[in-house]
Design a protein around this ligand. Structure first.
Ligand code: SAM
Length: 283
């Protein structure tokens, strides 16, 4: 009988965020694969957990994952944890999880803290669609070209940043994005100095430049999607063109739904336009 692989989230700053289930699972497994074994040992000591640890970090995970999968196939259960938050989210784990799944091993998530999701939950920006960009490129020129590519992204997006680069990243962003573009900087989430600042890019940058504390700790930056200047109830020529093509193949309702998916326009507006194109009255 194979053992199982558990992917266990750990707190991102407040030990109270460790779930009961995470503690139970860590007490029950045979081995814990950890990004930094010294760091995790301190966390485990806090909960009276004493288990063998094996290090699994970005420099050895390709190689070490095979050995861990062999152990699971021999019947051992293993928990994967990272230094903080959810493994796999800008953290190690991909080779192990992928290999385990390829071998038909059951991989169970033990959900918990994640800086990205925590920041999104308080940013006050739409989350029906969002993208996560991980850490940005380290050089100014690569960062600026990255921002240029994000300029027209209509959904909310997010990135992780370190204290060394938060100011430079926002300064680069201001060379590309309008000063009034809305962003939220979430700093030290769940920790003593947690600070969530949401304002225009220019105002947030001013706070980061003028307050040394705003450059300390760990950061998630959430960026509002690009707001089209086109009113929501008007369709562009391109949106109309796509809708009319779809109408040749699909029902009014399906064409409107697909056009909404493709163009980002509102389904209700597209449906009314589709009826008008077909010379029908709206219901
Ligand atoms: N796997 C983790 C997660 O689930 O959030 C992220 C690991 S990544 C190596 C570390 C980065 O996450 C930090 O540099 C920072 O950008 C962000 N981060 C982690 N903890 C945070 C916190 N308490 N407050 C703000 N950002 C945090």
């Amino acid at each position: 009988m194979y053992g199982k692989l558990y992917v266990v989230a750990t707190p991102i700053g407040n030990l109270g965020d460790f779930s009961f289930r995470a503690v139970e699972v860590l007490k029950q497994v045979d081995l814990i694969a950890a990004e930094d074994t010294r760091h995790v040992r301190m966390l485990l000591q806090h909960y009276g957990i004493n288990k063998p640890l094996q290090s699994l970090h970005q420099h050895n995970e390709e190689h070490a994952s095979q050995g861990l999968v062999d152990k699971i196939r021999e019947g051992q259960s293993i928990a994967l944890v990272s230094d903080a938050g959810t493994p796999m989210i800008s953290d190690p784990g991909l080779p192990l999880v992928k290999l385990a799944r390829q071998h038909g091993i059951e991989v169970n998530p033990i959900p918990g803290a994640c800086a990205l999701i925590s920041a999104l939950s308080v940013a006050g920006l739409p989350t029906s669609r969002f993208s996560f960009e991980g850490f940005l490129p380290r050089t100014g020129s690569a960062r600026r070209s990255f921002f240029e590519n994000k300029l027209s992204d209509a959904s909310t997006w997010a990135f992780y940043e370190s204290s060394h680069r938060i100011q430079a990243a926002l300064e680069d962003m201001l060379t590309v994005f309008p000063a009034e573009h809305q962003i939220v900087v979430a700093r030290e989430i769940t920790k003593l100095h947690e600070t969530i600042v949401g304002d225009s890019l220019a105002n947030v940058l001013e706070k980061v430049q003028s307050d040394e504390n705003m450059r300390k700790g760990e950061f998630v930056v959430i960026v509002a999607g690009h707001q089209s200047s086109q009113p929501e109830d008007e369709l562009s020529d391109e949106q109309r063109r796509i809708l009319s093509i779809l109408l040749t193949e699909c029902s009014t309702k399906t064409a409107a739904a697909l056009a909404a998916e493709i163009t980002g326009a509102r389904k209700k507006v597209l449906y009314q336009a589709a009826l008008a194109m077909q010379g029908k009255q709206s219901e």
